[in-house]
Design a protein around this ligand. Sequence first.
Ligand code: THU
Length: 129
Amino acid sequence: MRDLIEAAKAARARAHAPYSKFLVGAAMRDEQGRVFAGCNIENASYPQGWCAEPSAISALIMGGGMRITEVAVMGNGDELCTPCGGCRQKIREFARGDAKIHCCTEDGELIRSFTLDELLPYSFGRENL
Ligand code: THU
């Protein structure tokens, strides 16, 4: 888990968040054990910005990853920063319900871990189509 958290921390340091000043880093492990990370990227046209999680998902998919097995995320300070609702659904596309989501402080201390099922119960996925 430590490698995942360190990757999220390094990604957070690259966040482009001049408007909210809320820097987020996310890292995701794929089914091969590889780690991919991303940060939030805001935009002067505010709605065009995006979260750290889709940045990390994009890196994982472009790296050939097929499945997300574990996630680490951190925002500012030591308040709990869980993935937002939209990000939970984006993670859901590539993760099983038992995928772990580790929420950390900006210094990389683990605050609390959840499963995706805990954060997104009764979720909608490709098997519902
Ligand atoms: N943010 C994320 O990157 N991930 C989340 O799950 C929650 C919110 C970002 C979006 C925006 O750049 C900033 O945090 C404040 O909402």
